[in-house]
Design a protein around this ligand. Structure first.
Ligand SMILES: C[S@@+](CC[C@H](N)C(=O)[O-])C[C@H]1O[C@@H](n2cnc3c(N)ncnc32)[C@H](O)[C@@H]1O
Length: 236
């Protein structure tokens, strides 16, 4: 495994992010202020949430990857910054799901802070498990925990699950199930990274008869490390 893909380094990043002295209770991003609760993935400590907002067209001039007036499901909502921004950008129905209970609370807080509590529902869910069986969406999106951990690794905190996916078990389910949640003409999106195992992701997609189409790529520096984020559309 190359150094930048090391799950141990990602676990170290997770621990540091929880205990840094400069971890804020409120942070500014995309022209707004956001609550950050203890134990939740911290957007100010990584470029990746900002990239997510950009590739979805929720900031600046990029092509919108959501449907104004439509529905948007975010898996792994964290602070809720992406889901709330989608509601503010005109999505009429937003569901924001996370396996972390603190993230669900955090998202509900930010929805109220920005006045979209009437059209955003924050749900505690392992991927799609807690959604109504007949719910369908124009956009399904996950900025995932793309670093591969060994299949038998047991995360010690909910926060570690924001960084690593043991055996890519959650990714395998997302690839298989996300297209089934789409309304007619909708798109299922996965924001992944070259910190993850892109070749294995493709193998898993093939094995469940999904096609991965690259919709966007962004290169950026994190410290001295050059990284790439890739927005895949899952077809099939
Ligand atoms: C990289 S963080 C992204 C957080 C937020 N969307 C952002 O961009 O700031 C990944 C998120 O996925 C969530 N997650 C991981 N596995 C999940 C699962 N099986 N079901 C739901 N959420 C999950 C984590 O708890 C975490 O909040």
């Amino acid at each position: 495994m190359t150094e930048h893909r090391s799950y141990l380094r990602s676990l170290e990043r997770s621990r540091r992010s929880l205990t840094r002295e400069d971890r804020p209770e409120v942070f500014a991003m995309a022209g707004r202020e956001w609550d950050l609760l203890d134990g939740v993935f911290a957007p100010p400590f990584s470029a990746t949430t900002g990239i997510a907002l950009d590739v979805l067209g929720l900031t600046g001039d990029d092509e919108p990857r959501y449907r104004p007036g439509g529905s948007f499901l975010e898996i792994g909502t964290g602070t809720g910054i992406i889901a709330v921004s989608a509601a503010l950008a005109g999505c009429a129905r937003v569901v924001a799901a996370d396996i972390s209970t603190a993230a669900v609370r955090n998202t509900a807080l930010n929805a109220v802070r920005h006045g979209v509590g009437d059209r955003l529902r924050a749900v505690h869910s392992d991927l799609f498990a807690a959604l109504d069986a007949d719910e369908r969406f124009d956009t399904v999106y996950w900025h995932s925990n793309f670093v591969l951990a060994p299949p038998d690794y047991r995360p010690e905190t909910q926060h570690e699950i924001a960084y690593v996916d043991p055996g890519y078990q959650a990714h395998r389910r997302y690839l298989s199930e996300a297209p089934g949640l789409l309304a007619e003409g909708g798109s299922a999106l996965l924001q992944f990274s070259d910190r993850g195992d892109v070749a294995l992701l493709h193998e898993m997609a093939d094995s469940c008869e999904r096609e991965l189409v690259v919709r966007d790529r962004r290169r950026f520096l994190e410290g001295a490390e050059e990284l790439e984020h890739i927005l895949f559309e899952i077809r099939g």
